[in-house]
Design a protein around this ligand. Structure first.
Ligand code: RUB
Length: 323
């Protein structure tokens, strides 16, 4: 079944990267809706909700996943018949996949404008959209060089250097801990995002905040490429983005770990970079300073607006009380 298969691939990271995860989940819901043989609308709704829950439960950090699922599933809200519901889910899933792909193209265009001829760019992890910016700058004739990190423990850097190599871009491959040694050669850091919170903090692959810290210390610009569906609406009401902790065996083989009784291996997959270390977040709607994240959440993630209204009312009541 496509939902279980997709969920397994997301869990095992065969499908990975926030944008790809979101598109795969939307595609799985679309295919599930196409083939479901529910007796009536209510049964269809319940089966779709189960599928949505299975997909959202795969990995907790990339907000693109619940955002995409929410968008597709809201097709069920106004449907009055089973066939209307099926059509709405399929339509919304396809619209999401299209707009997500278009967003990557738009961000590549905007992001490339921030890369100058002769620049040396550093990237961490494997972000489709950050790489799209770099490749677009190269395609438009700018002479650029890239430093790409290894990305322990899952080595996503290998995918990055393969892509850069195939695009004909001069690339240096370094271990994660070498970033500070090379930061003075770097003109610009570009990374992707798994989530952007309401205060403009960016959740991305573990090590991103160390890269950002080094860049900040060396006064090197830090740019984040992120589609608007990676902004986290629920952070408006104070929810934190959960940081996934993956199996210790990814860091240290179990047979070694078992001999070290006093050692605990920790393997957080993501970290949080504070907005003070970020110069610009490039979205498909344009580039914003991180402090403007709230505007993106409010203006472009309209399907959560009900929740904001409740929150705003709450603030209004509290303020009135204090006065
Ligand atoms: C991937 C990662 C990427 C973001 C953005 O982590 O941190 O930087 O997901 O990627 P993992 P994209 O490999 O654990 O999924 O720009 O491709 O959406």
């Amino acid at each position: 079944m496509v939902v279980t298969e997709t969920a397994e691939k997301i869990k095992s990271m065969e499908i990975r990267g926030a944008g790809r995860i979101a598109r795969a989940a939307a595609g799985a819901l679309r295919d599930h809706a196409r083939t479901l043989k529910s007796p009536d609308l209510e049964a269809f709704r319940q089966e779709m909700e189960r599928a949505a829950e299975t997909l959202v439960a795969t990995r907790p950090t990339a907000v693109s996943l619940p955002n995409a699922v929410h968008l597709v599933m809201s097709g069920l809200d106004r449907a009055e018949t089973l066939e209307e519901a099926r059509a709405a889910v399929i339509r919304r899933a396809e619209a999401f996949i299209d707009s997500s792909q278009n967003a990557v193209g738009r961000i590549a265009e905007f992001g490339a404008r921030h890369i100058r001829d002769g620049d040396t760019v550093l990237t961490h992890c494997n972000s489709e959209v950050a790489l799209a910016c770099i490749i677009e700058a190269h395609r438009s004739g700018k002479e650029i060089e890239v430093f790409a990190t290894e990305v322990r423990p899952r080595n996503q850097g290998l995918i990055t250097i393969r892509t850069l190599n195939d695009a004909g871009i001069r690339t240096n491959f370094i271990v994660d801990s070498a970033v500070r040694s090379f930061i003075n050669k770097i003109d610009l850091v570009i990374v992707g995002a798994d989530a952007v919170t309401v205060n403009g903090a960016v959740v991305n692959k573990i090590g991103t905040s160390q890269v950002a810290h080094s860049a900040h210390e060396a006064r090197v610009s830090m740019l984040v490429a992120a589609e608007t569906y990676k902004f986290a609406p629920r952070t408006v009401i104070g929810e934190l983005v959960e940081i996934e902790e993956r199996p210790p065996g990814e860091v240290l083989p179990d047979e070694i770990a078992h001999t070290l009784l006093n050692v605990t291996v920790r393997n957080p997959a993501f970290d949080v970079t504070p907005p003070e270390y970020i110069d610009l977040i490039v979205t498909e709607r344009g580039a914003i300073p991180p402090q403007m994240a709230y505007v993106i959440i409010r203006e472009h993630l309209g399907w959560e607006i009900e929740e904001f209204n409740n929150v705003n009312n709450m603030f209004a009541i509290n303020t009135a009380h204090e006065d």
